[in-house]
Write a protein that binds this ligand. Sequence first.
Ligand code: HEM
Length: 461
Amino acid sequence: MAVLGGLLLRRDPLTLIDHVVREHHRLAYVRLGSEHVYLLSHPDLVHELFVTRGRQLRKGRALERIRLLLGDGLLTSEGERHRAQRRLIQPALHGDRLATYLPVMVATARRYDRRWRDGSEIDMAREMSTLTLEVVGRALFGSDLTDIADPVASALGTLLDGSPRHLLPGIDLLLRVRTPAQARLMRAVDTLDRIVREVIARRRAAPAGTDLLATLLTQIDDDTLVRDEAMTLLLAGHETTATALTWTWWLLAKHPEVAAWLHEELDQVHLGHQGPDHTGCSGATDQQATNLATRAGPPAAVTRPGPSALLDRLPRTRAVLAEAMRLRPPSWILGRRTLCDVELDGWTLPAGSLCVASQWALHRDPRFWSEPESFQPQRWLTPDGHFDESAPGQPRAAYLPFGLGARICVGLAFAWTEGTLVLATLARRWAPTPVPGQVVTPRPAVTLRPSAMRMVLRART
Ligand code: HEM
């Protein structure tokens, strides 16, 4: 099993995980080289370990590689330092602060809406990645990051596109060896580092705004620490959302009946006035961008709903996104290392063991989902048509696109809002179709990216 497991993990980890979960319904043990790996295949155990026993864990092996790029930001830190960072950053991504980012989300989507041309061919993964990078740059850092889309894509490509080698033993040693790929990665990291430090220096010289970067600069004196947080939010905050949106376009194209069901909603809802750009970020005005009323509702200029009121009017859009993240979870695996011996389900997991839960497996487990392989956004709606994340009645921890416990995604509300608004804005006018002849498969690296995603833009008539 060890050799087979190692090979399969390198070549086809999704198949390996599916296989193990089918054979072991609660907990499986795999020895990979010197590693003791436990795969948790039941949501109750995932909840017990990640939430109830969360303090007995630290983050897993994948982060060794990511730390190269992100330093000691929120994603990679541990213990008291992590808790302090979380207290600082979380409020800047929720509630009233989140509401201030809405105009940027809609205005950026509108810019793509105007730029897209009927019949042209695009790389959808790249397009969504640039779009979400622009949103994060403008919303959280008050900066136009369009110019760095290329270096970011190149660094991420080098970092994310590799096989899931980071899960295998020996990666720590491997990272110290200077291979050409390693040298490319370091060059890309240097470029990103320079760009982020320039943004920080500019804002230190001329403090402005109330965005997330303003919060970081006021609270943290050491610019290297600000750099680590900024880099973390920049990268964690755009690639995952881009991956979710990319798969959503793909699934909609493959299921025209679902696309038609979504369009019924979008044809009824008006995302503000389509007027000229007054924001400097090419879209609607702030007021216009946050106005969302049903056609029969009050005049757009009067309403200004917050994020939750706004999302409440788009239950089908949210359901489509939820279902896409079920079938193609951008984060497909969660790893933790035990800090001490941990008792779980009658087993003792020795200190230092690697514990893994896979969203890929949990989201498609027939024990908890009816027709798990089929794309059915309707499952997320209550009988009266409201979106409800627990609508399918699955046990808690059977659906974990954003993780769980103390390390649950800090950008969860931001991501839901952005994903829903971008999809609502663009799908209202566009129904992209895949370029024929492509084989599109999920590639399990740090995120579950598509192998390729060339699409032809089709304007809805
Ligand atoms: C669809 C979009 C997104 C998905 C699927 C996603 C997924 C996740 C997951 C699964 C985790 C937990 C990882 C673990 O426990 O090991 C996480 C953590 C995190 N995410 Fe997200 N994320 C998304 C969007 C965002 C956005 C928009 C931001 C920032 C604006 C963000 C920033 C972070 C950070 C900083 C962490 C670390 C939190 C901590 O450890 O306290 N993410 N994300």
